[in-house]
Design a protein around this ligand. Structure first.
Ligand SMILES: Cc1ncc(COP(=O)(O)O)c(C=O)c1O
Length: 415
C-alpha cells in the first residue's frame, strides 16, 4: 500500500546523508533520517500549501495544539495543557535551551552514554558541566540498562534546594542539576523499563534534579510488547511537584521523516521554568517554517496508517540487519525502538583502525561511535529500502570476509 522499496535519488536535493561521500560509490546508513518518501497525506498537504504560492510568515494553526493534546492523551495516556507547549524549529536547540534554562554556570547536566552527540556537547556549548554516566550493556549488547550505581555515585548525599532556588543555588562546583534523558534511546534503540524509569524518577526526586527528556523516537517502538510512557507522566504520577521539574522534547521529524522541515516542541508544565526556557529563546530562535506546521498537522490528522506500515518495514529491516551482523560476528543491539542498530566493532578496529573509516572505504557509510562517546562502536541506520540495505550488508560482509576469512562466511544477505 505504501512504497518502502523504491530507491530515490536524494543527491539531487542535497540530502545530507547522500552528500557526505560524493567521491565514491557508497551506501550511506549514517545520519538519522529515512530513505523513504514522506507519508502521502503529508506530501499532499504540503503540495497544496506550495500550490497556494504564498510562503509568508505563518502563525501556529489554531487546531495544532489541540491535535497534540489529543494525540498525547490517546497514545500515552498523558494529559497535556496546551499552555505548556513551546513550539520549536528543532530538538537540538531544545536540548541546549533546556541546559541553559535549568543549569546555572556552576552546575552540570547528566547524560547517559553512549548517546546522540548533542547530549554530550550541549552542556559545554552552554558553559555548563557534563557528568557522563555509561549505560550497562545487557545480553551481549542486545539492550542497554541504566547503571544506577554509577549514577548515584555522582550525586551528593544531601538533597538540594527547590526549583525556585535553581538560579541562586551555588556552593558546590558543577553539581548535578539536570538529567538529559534520551527516551527511547539513540543510538542503542533501548527502551528503558518501567522499573528503571520509576527508579530514575525517585533519584530525580531525592536529588532535586530537573529532567529534560527527549522522546523524539517514541512513536517508533518496534517491540510490540512495549508501550511508550512519557517520563513526565511518571513524575506526575509521583507528585505534581515533580511534574514541574520536567521538560519533554518531541516532534514529528523522526517518525514522519520531516526533519528537514524543522518542527518540534517542548512541553514545560511549570510556568517559571517555561519562562526561563522561553527567555533563553528570545530573538534567537525562529518559528518553524510555514510548511512544517502544515506537515505536522497532516501527520497528526492522517499519518497513522503510514506509521503502522513503516513500523512493519522497520521491524523487518531490523531483523535483516540483526541476522547479517550475527553472521559477521559483530555484537550488536536488537533495537526495541528507533531505526538504529548499535554495533561493537572494537575487535575489528584493533586490526583495521577506525571501523567507520574502514567500512566507508568498502562502500558503506556508518556513524562513528566516538561521536556518541564510545569509540570502537558504530551506528547503522536501517531505515532504507530493503534492496539498498541488503547491498550494504553484503558489502560489509564481503569486506569482513576478505579481512578475516576464517571467521566470516560468504553467505549472501537476503530478506
Ligand atoms: C534523540 C534525538 N534528538 C534530537 C534529534 C535531532 O532533532 P532535530 O533535527 O529536530 O534538531 C535527533 C536526531 O537524530 C535525535 O535522535
Amino acid at each position: 500500500m505504501f512504497d518502502f522499496s523504491t530507491v530515490h535519488d536524494r543527491r539531487r536535493w542535497s540530502a545530507t546523508k547522500w552528500l557526505k561521500y560524493t567521491d565514491r560509490d557508497l551506501i550511506p546508513l549514517w545520519i538519522a533520517d529515512m530513505d523513504f518518501p514522506v507519508a502521502p497525506p503529508i506530501q499532499a498537504a504540503v503540495a497544496e500549501h506550495v500550490a497556494h504560492g504564498n510562503f509568508g510568515y505563518m502563525s501556529l494553526p489554531p487546531d495544532l495544539p489541540q491535535l497534540l493534546v489529543e494525540d498525547h492523551r490517546r497514545r500515552y495516556d498523558w494529559t497535556v495543557d496546551p499552555e505548556w507547549i513551546v513550539w520549536l524549529p528543532g530538538l537540538v536547540l531544545g536540548i541546549n535551551l533546556a541546559v541553559r534554562a535549568c543549569c546555572a554556570p556552576h552546575e552540570s547536566a547528566i547524560s547517559f552514554s553512549p548517546v546522540y552527540p548533542p547530549f554530550l556537547k550541549a552542556p559545554g556549548i552552554q558553559g555548563r558541566g557534563l557528568l557522563e554516566v555509561p549505560l550497562r550493556a545487557e545480553a551481549n549488547l542486545r539492550r542497554q540498562a541504566i547503571d544506577f550505581e554509577r549514577l548515584e555515585a555522582l550525586l551528593p548525599a544531601p538533597p538540594r534546594g527547590s526549583l525556585a532556588a535553581t538560579s541562586a543555588a551555588s556552593g558546590e562546583q558543577r553539581a548535578a542539576r539536570l538529567l538529559l534523558l534520551c527516551h527511547p534511546h539513540n543510538p542503542t534503540g533501548s527502551v528503558f523499563t518501567r522499573a528503571e524509569l520509576d527508579r530514575l524518577a525517585a533519584v530525580c526526586e531525592q536529588h532535586d534534579l530537573l529532567v529534560c527528556s527527549d522522546e523524539v523516537h517514541c512513536d517508533l517502538i518496534l517491540d510490540e510488547s512495549l508501550q511508550h510512557v512519557p517520563f513526565a507522566r511518571i513524575m506526575a504520577e509521583r507528585s505534581p511537584r515533580l511534574l514541574a521539574r520536567t521538560i519533554t522534547l518531541n516532534g514529528p521529524g523522526k517518525t514522519y521523516n520531516i526533519a528537514g522541515l524543522g518542527i518540534a516542541w517542548a512541553i514545560v508544565p511549570d510556568g517559571t521554568l517555561r519562562q526561563r526556557f522561553v527567555a533563553a529563546m528570545q530573538e534567537l530562535v525562529p518559528d518553524p517554517c510555514c510548511f512544517a506546521f502544515t506537515a505536522a498537522r497532516a501527520a497528526f490528522l492522517d499519518g497513522e496508517p503510514w506509521r503502522q506500515a513503516l513500523l512493519a518495514q522497520l521491524r523487518s529491516n531490523r531483523d535483516l540487519v540483526s541476522a547479517a551482523l550475527d553472521r559477521m560476528q559483530l555484537p550488536h543491539s536488537h533495537p526495541q525502538a528507533t531505526f538504529l542498530t548499535w554495533i561493537d566493532a572494537r575487535a575489528l578496529a584493533a586490526s583495521v583502525g577506525n571501523a567507520a573509516t574502514w567500512f566507508a572505504e568498502h562502500g558503506v557509510g556508518l556513524s562513528d561511535g566516538a561521536d556518541f562517546g564510545q569509540p570502537g562502536y558504530l551506528r547503522l541506520n536501517f531505515a532504507a529500502p530493503p534492496s539498498l540495505l541488503q547491498e550494504a550488508l553484503q558489502r560489509m560482509q564481503q569486506a569482513l570476509a576478505a579481512q578475516r576469512p576464517a571467521c566470516v562466511g560468504a553467505q549472501p544477505v537476503s530478506a
